[in-house]
Design a protein around this ligand. Structure first.
Ligand SMILES: Cc1cc2nc3c(=O)[nH]c(=O)nc-3n(C[C@H](O)[C@H](O)[C@H](O)COP(=O)(O)OP(=O)(O)OC[C@H]3O[C@@H](n4cnc5c(N)ncnc54)[C@H](O)[C@@H]3O)c2cc1C
Length: 496
């Protein structure tokens, strides 16, 4: 099944891996990657994480590539919450970490081995190309996506908080996150080792921090493309203990708001998008490179199995949509958890740990307790009694400890479905709820809506606006228990 000429815009993980797999599947095809940066130009970004499930997928599609990637990866590490009182383990060794630059070196070599032509230092647009298939792997700022915005149905939202991607020149002992304050400014780091002598040191600041610490002025004075050295100096000081007095390493590092991209369709005519060009998911779930590489596998399969380009693109999208949508849902909840971190900062560290692990709705309290029983037990004692030691008994025990309210005590009832519980619609809804009462939040039974109303209830509680009851389907008992245990809601009611 050969498509004669295949042009790929972008030599990031998505473009290079797609090029290799397409060429391996269709040796007679002419496959060319165009990358605007030179081959030796240092790429942006430091280390990224890859899950074992992604590595298994790569292994199945291309064992040689999986082996090369593993050879330059750093094996899994514990994840800890670093608190003034000490470290709390959140989960044990999982995932691989790999330098973005190292990954690209391997993918470049693998693409060349397969017979792909790569033209570095070539910025190109769809209108410059004449090919049977054009693959747009041109990243989060995709010009191809902008060019076909109407046909693709583009949605973009900017995160509320800001982040900056930095590095350090030593391997931290384990991955960790830590929050450090300077007056009213609150900075959070997510750090993880990815080589013997390098770690990613990702930083976050909310709007209040940005204002208080005067970062807007620094940012405005720094030309595009350069690192924000003034912020880096400040952050090196704020995190000096975590950094062991070493300086932060920068690579085009400056504050940005995370851009969440969604498209109604991933292709139009003979043009198909993949990786960050087609969708993004918040980095706190560590999934962008994973999604990019898995897209490449599905696109190569689609093209190999269908002579008709539209059929090939439809097969690719059908294969990838469900898991991309699931990741976007989890990542959205994770993003909003981090963006509202300031309101949790004063909570006991064990409670923050359990809240973090259950924030996206894909892990239960029992999952957490099975791996970290001591931390889970300490957090659960906030419910006023000694929890059972058997993880499978925890959901029932937690639900039995929840508050109960009579219908007469409920002061306000609303239906809530919007996932962005800190957005303008949520602001309006909260403004119309009298403060100090008990609010019952109900809505549809799908996973997105259930997560949205748990998060809305949490907003009411975290801001001290009202107590809350969330109405949930019976099938969401574990999410209900996690919501009670982590203080997201006071009570739940199960629908029949
Ligand atoms: C702070 C942060 C932390 C992250 N951490 C993780 C993590 O831990 N794990 C993880 O899996 N992911 C992580 N990611 C996400 C990851 O970096 C991206 O999702 C991934 O790089 C997407 O790959 P891509 O190939 O689609 O796009 P990119 O890597 O952006 O590659 C696009 C390429 O296209 C090129 N290009 C663009 N336009 C043109 C043009 N007109 N002509 C030629 N070339 C062009 C660019 O130069 C670039 O090389 C993180 C992202 C951020 C911002």
């Amino acid at each position: 099944m050969t498509h004669r000429t295949i042009a790929i815009i972008g030599g990031g993980p998505a473009g290079l891996f797609a090029a290799r797999l397409i060429k391996l599947n269709q040796p007679d095809a002419d496959v060319t990657v165009y990358e605007r940066n030179g081959q030796d130009t240092a790429t942006f970004g430091f280390g990224v994480g890859l899950t074992e499930s992604t590595m298994s997928n790569i292994d199945r599609a291309d064992p040689a590539a999986a082996e090369r990637i593993r050879n330059v990866s750093r094996a899994g590490h514990d994840l800890k919450l670093r608190d003034d009182a000490g470290d709390i383990v959140l989960h044990g060794a999982r995932n691989l970490a790999i330098g973005r630059a190292e990954l690209l070196v391997e993918l470049n070599a693998l693409a060349l081995d397969a017979g792909v032509r790569i033209e570095y230092g070539t910025r190109i647009g769809v209108d410059d190309l004449d090919a049977d298939v054009i693959v747009a792997a041109d990243g989060v700022r995709s010009a191809t996506r902008a060019r076909f915005a109407d046909q693709l149905g583009v949605r973009e939202t900017l995160g509320r908080g800001r982040y900056m991607w930095c590095g350090i020149d030593f391997a931290v002992d384990s991955a960790f996150f830590a929050a450090r304050t300077r007056g009213d400014a609150l900075f959070v780091t997510h750090a993880y080792p990815y080589t013997e002598d390098r770690s990613t040191f990702l930083l976050e600041a909310d709007d209040e921090t940005f204002e208080t610490a005067g970062l807007a002025a620094f940012d405005a004075a720094t030309p595009v493309g350069e690192s924000d050295t003034a912020s880096l100096d400040l952050l090196s000081e704020v995190f000096s203990d975590d950094l062991k007095q070493r300086p932060l390493l920068a690579n085009r590092s400056r504050w940005a708001r995370f851009s969440t991209i969604g498209l109604d369709r991933w292709s139009t005519g003979n043009v198909v998008l993949l990786g960050d060009a087609a969708h993004t998911a918040h980095y706190t779930l560590g999934s962008g490179t994973k999604l990019a590489l898995e897209d490449a596998i599905a696109l190569a399969d689609g093209l190999a199995g269908h002579a008709d380009v539209a059929d090939a693109f439809a097969a690719y999208e059908a294969a990838r949509r469900p898991s991309v949508d699931r990741f976007k849902l989890l990542a959205g909840r994770s993003q909003r958890w981090w963006e509202s971190y300031r309101l949790r900062h004063a909570q006991p560290a064990e409670l923050i740990a359990m809240s973090y692990m259950t924030r996206a709705g894909n892990l239960t309290v029992a999952d957490f307790a099975a791996h970290e029983p001591t931390t889970a037990a300490t957090a659960l004692r906030s419910l006023g009694a000694e929890p059972p030691t058997e993880p499978s008994e925890l959901d029932d025990w937690i639900l039995s400890r929840a508050a109960t309210f009579t219908p007469e005590q409920v002061t306000y009832r609303l239906t809530w479905t919007e996932p962005d519980v800190w957005g303008a619609a949520a602001d309006d809804a909260v403004a119309s709820i009298p403060s100090g009462g008990v609010v019952e939040v109900s809505g549809p039974d799908d996973t997105t809506s259930v997560g949205a109303r748990i998060d809305f209830a949490e907003r009411l509680r975290l801001t001290g606006h009202a107590r809350s009851i969330v109405v949930l389907p019976n099938s969401f008992r574990s999410q209900a228990a996690a919501a009670i245990a982590t203080g997201r809601t006071d009570a739940v009611i199960f629908e029949a």
